[in-house]
Design a protein around this ligand. Structure first.
Ligand SMILES: [Zn+2]
Length: 262
């Protein structure tokens, strides 16, 4: 771990202590640290704050571009955003095509998701169908190379500043985790648009996705935190327990896991 990261982690540990205000954080606040310069196993255990799994064991490094390289790319709880990127060349280990309706017929890598997320998406779509809601999957896994060409094409058309408000730099797209899927409907003519929330499909998704382990990753009014405008179509798998908590708290993954962009 380089010094900068250790320093950052230390700041987070102090912040976490202040936020939780539990008895176990008192040692840190009153400065009763172990005399050694590196935290002992015991003191690390004390910062094992519930709901903040990033503090447990994950070591993260800063890349040359100043972005954090996530230390747990295969975790379903990984947080990837404009400040936190996947390791270069990362390919999810267990991609498969979920058995759901897609907005196009041909084989394409973007039909894929991680196995656990794919199973959850199938259950979500089945539950929707049983209630007369016809969801259609549009775009899931996206490789580093594909994201790179999409980003560069957007920069050519819109310029870099505008592109950064809606398109992720290569390595920073959540679609590269294999845990995201953009969802639309025939009524939307398969477009990805904010008006999706005004349709029965979009509204059903917002109300029910968490029961199947998904969050609406870029909620309305949270642009300052997520870095993206409202995307009622972008589902992110995080597991049922986390998804239900995030939904109840009307939170974002950044807030939930303590990764506020600065
Ligand atoms: Zn998306």
């Amino acid at each position: 771990m380089n010094r900068k990261v250790r320093h950052m982690k230390r700041q987070w540990i102090i912040i976490a202590g202040v936020l939780t205000l539990t008895a176990c954080s008192n040692d840190f606040l009153s400065g009763q640290q172990p005399p050694t310069s590196t935290p002992s196993a015991e003191s690390q255990k004390k910062v094992d704050v519930k709901d903040q799994p990033v503090f447990e064991t994950v070591t993260e490094e800063i890349g040359e571009d100043g972005l954090v390289i996530v230390g747990d790319p295969e975790s379903v709880e990984v947080v990837v955003n404009k400040e936190r990127k996947l390791p270069e060349g990362y390919i999810p280990p267990d991609l498969r095509v979920p058995d759901v309706s897609f907005s196009f017929d041909e084989d394409h890598p973007k039909k894929q998701m991680r196995a656990e997320a794919a199973g959850a998406l199938e259950r979500l779509f089945k539950a929707a169908e049983a209630q007369g809601i016809e969801l259609v999957a549009a775009s899931g896994y996206r490789s580093y190379e594909r994201q790179k060409s999409i980003y560069e094409r957007n920069v050519e058309v819109y310029g870099e500043e505008e592109t950064n408000t809606f398109s992720a730099k290569p390595g920073t797209s959540e679609h590269q985790t294999g845990l995201a899927m953009d969802v639309t409907s025939a009524a939307m003519a398969f477009r990805l648009d904010q008006s999706f929330i005004d349709t029965p499909e979009g509204s059903w998704l917002a109300d029910n996705a968490h029961q199947y382990g998904f969050v609406i990753r870029y909620p309305e009014g949270k642009t300052d935190i997520t870095g993206y405008t409202y995307e009622p179509w972008h589902l992110r798998y995080v597991g049922k327990e986390t998804a239900i908590e995030v939904y109840k708290q009307e939170s974002t993954l950044e807030e939930f896991f303590g990764h506020h962009p600065s």
